[in-house]
Design a protein around this ligand. Structure first.
Ligand code: DAH
Length: 341
């Protein structure tokens, strides 16, 4: 039996432990309930009393030796695992950066700018906090026009002369005050209205205003410009129609509809079964507006239009709820990752 113990001791000594699997193999082979060392203790009972004492002693030494090796190996493996997991492996491929993407409204705004820039329009900007003159009075709003009333406009309580602009048309006024015709500009920006938030309305939204003032600008120029825009934006099959309308700052005025892109004119919920959806307001700049801005209406004429970027984007990407634009839900926003504006 002493021979066997010696043999097993050599095996314990030479057993190579390099990882957690080896630790477990070692335990099973030698010190578990069915391990070789444990089995040897079983065999002690076949020996005489004196032999038992002698063999028992060396067997105990073997057991302690095996257990010590096991504990040490366990500690070493755990330590080296920790070290490895902290080390940087420069050979691994890099973890890709999570890059964001442009907001759908920005994509659409950029596309609108691109289309009009090619027609020679420049981009102008103006303040969102505005006074009554630039937002209303200069644009020929009569003093009692309903748009001035509290339910539509956010006024500043301490000074009702100051308000949050309700449209980007204020930039028209500022531009005409600053520049001499010819003026050809588009004016994207944020506007505010005191409306309850729903799928179709929000207390703020975005518009792009367009203005062209020069000698001999006529309604045909307006029509052709917006016709071109609709085709560039929505494809060459898009149909466009002008509906007579009223705005204080244009005369004549027209609302512009395009054929519904969702049902292709057959009639659906989006176009309220008419086959047409409104995308912009427009008209010939009212002579009073030109005069208010120091431009002689006998010498110059102009056209103007304004459209909602949210609406244009809804039709472009089939977005059915305005609130999605400002909720910052990543599941919505990341869908525009591969969209090139
Ligand atoms: N300002 C109008 C609105 O907010 C849109 C508009 C209509 C702008 C006609 C214009 C225009 O410049 O000529 O509903």
């Amino acid at each position: 039996m002493e021979e066997i113990i010696k043999k097993i001791k050599t095996e314990v000594e030479t057993f190579v432990i390099e990882n957690a699997n080896h630790v477990e193999e070692f335990r099973l082979k030698f010190i578990s309930k069915k391990g070789l060392v444990t089995e040897l203790f079983e065999q002690l009972k076949h020996l005489t009393k004196e032999e038992k004492q002698k063999v028992g002693k060396i067997l105990n030494e073997l057991k302690q030796f095996a257990e010590a090796k096991f504990t040490e190996a366990q500690t070493n493996v755990a330590a080296s695992h920790k070290k490895n997991s902290q080390a940087i492996d420069f050979t691994l491929p890099p973890v890709p950066d999570k890059t964001g993407n442009l907001h759908p409204l920005t994509l659409t705004r950029n596309r609108i700018i691109e289309i009009f820039e090619r027609l020679g329009f420049s981009v102008a900007d103006g303040p969102e906090i505005e006074d009554d003159w630039h937002n209303f009075s200069a644009l020929n709003f009569p003093p009692n026009h309903p748009a001035r009333e509290m339910q539509d406009t956010f006024f500043i309580e301490k000074n009702p002369e100051i308000l949050l602009r309700t449209h980007t048309s204020n930039v028209q006024v500022r531009l005409m005050n600053q520049q001499k015709p010819p003026i050809r500009a588009i004016m994207p920006g944020r506007v505010y209205r005191n409306e309850a938030i729903s799928a179709r309305a929000h207390c703020f939204f975005h518009q792009v205003e367009g203005l062209y003032v020069d000698k001999n600008v006529g309604f045909a120029d307006l029509k052709q410009t917006l016709y071109h825009f609709a085709k560039e934006m929505y494809g060459h099959d898009t149909k466009i129609r002008f509906r007579p309308s009223y705005f204080p700052f244009t005369e004549p005025s027209a609302e512009i509809d395009i054929s519904c892109l969702i049902c292709k004119g057959k009639g659906c919920n989006v176009c309220k079964h008419t086959g047409w959806v409104e995308i912009a307001g427009s008209g010939m700049v009212h002579p009073n507006v030109l005069r208010n801005c120091g431009i002689d209406p006998e010498e110059y004429t102009g056209f103007a239009f304004g459209m909602g970027i949210e609406r244009v984007t809804m039709l472009r990407y089939q977005v059915n709820d305005l609130r999605l634009y400002s909720e910052n839900d990543i599941r919505f926003l990341k869908q525009f990752k591969t969209v090139v504006s």
